[in-house]
Write a protein that binds this ligand. Sequence first.
Ligand code: TXE
Length: 500
Amino acid sequence: GGEVQPVNGGHGGEVPEIRYTKLFINGRFVDAVSGKTFETRDPRTGDVIATVAEGDKADVDLAVAAAREAFDHGKWPRMAGSERGRIMLKYADLVEQHAEELAVLESLDAGKLLAVVRVLDVVSCVSSLRYFAGAADKIHGETLKMSRQLQGYTLREPLGVAGLITPWNFPSIMFFSKVSPALAAGCTMVVKPAEQTPLTALFLAHLAKQAGVPDGVINVITGFGPTAGAAIASHMDVNMVGFTGSTEVGRLILEASAKSNLKPVSLELGGKSPLIVFDDADVDMAVDLAVSASLFNKGEACVAASRIYVQESIYDRFEKKLGDTMKSWIVGDPFDPRVNQGPQVDKAQYERVLSFIEHGKAEGATVLTGGKACGKGGYYIEPTIFTDVKDDMIIAKEEIFGPVVCLMKFKTEEEAIARANDTRYGLAAGVVTKNINVANRMTRSIRAGVVWVNCYFAMDNDCPFGGRKMSGFGKDLSMHALDKFLAVKAVVTPVHDSPW
Ligand code: TXE
């Protein structure tokens, strides 16, 4: 592995025409008030792909005003849920019709494998819209018998203006993981995509308008976190914030809410997820699972299995097989269909991952494979597997968010549970075993938002997703995600002279 391969087959990886580079406010593409712009770069080379409007507080104010108006006086929250659903289905069809353009933009901006983006990211966007389109006319309350003198019911009403701040690892999936349920609920919104990957959100805003989503319902402010992002989080007229990103910034969002209008916040943050392989596992299957669980999307996944614990009697076989598998792993141009791993998203992430690798070496862990950058130019890193890792090493504790895995040995089930839970995070976990009793005890004992048994990355629209502990709170996907955008109102009337 480790060689950067030439482009071959499929899309050639050339930069397409970039059509949308301005802020999207009230249904129009506009320059930033300041006139400022920033560059988004191709992680294969570091070259500039496009210059994009740099929104900050002044632009967020305009976008929130547009969203406020669309909520307080516009059609979207007032139309029948079925009508919102119909527009969302049209939006889904448009995304599907523009799948290839979306996939190329996404791969280019984020360094993601085009072949995977085509079949996973774009497909998930379409299915997210369709899932929540189906939910839009099924938002029901409860009827309450209460006492003899009173009866009531509940209304589930859209919360208002949502602020949606998203990361760069799955830009389009993250866009819809927040936008789809917000639309279904009848909210209006201001989306701030990550500064590393602003292009697809703007393209998706254009498609929303074409589908008939009214002006002001979806606004997109491209720009940086401490300016545009912070202005959303602290805005007095934003009624909730949905955030995916680092634990550090999650804390800032919560603080901004506390210091402004106490808006509810949902936080999908970092992780240090364990994959635990018991000695009854099929070693070949477990190695394949470990590879995809840890290296999928170049390790830039919040649920990445970055701690792999293997039971001692199969450990040596597992380690050898994992090392061998890595020999055929190809790091290179994400537009090349033979490639397994593209470049890290930007220079800052690339340097951050390399510094974790240096920490691992300095702390005395052994490099089984990889351990350095590769390629000529661009942000490529060899898939790096560390052995001889101690639980208190930095590489075993901190989220690295790159192709770096800690491989560790365990003896007993109790030990595996204790070590799996010995982390500030609680996002995901995987267990590999054929023994249903082991699986059941493990799934009950692990403190995480999802536990995958004999699989990993198994996600779907109807499966709630989101962590606990310092991985945050609140769910994306499923009806739980819809609930975040709804307020429950109780309505009570007296009942006179009821005998019951
Ligand atoms: O994240 P940030 P960064 C983790 C991962 C990664 C690390 C740093 O470990 O290495 O975070 O990545 C916006 N107010 N994850 O620095 O800054 C920012 O503009 C409001 C895990 O890129 O959290 C972007 O839109 N918003 C993760 C978004 O927050 C602010 C995905 C995420 O960026 C802000 C990404 C502020 N003060 C990184 N500062 C996951 N859970 O999947 C930044 N932002």
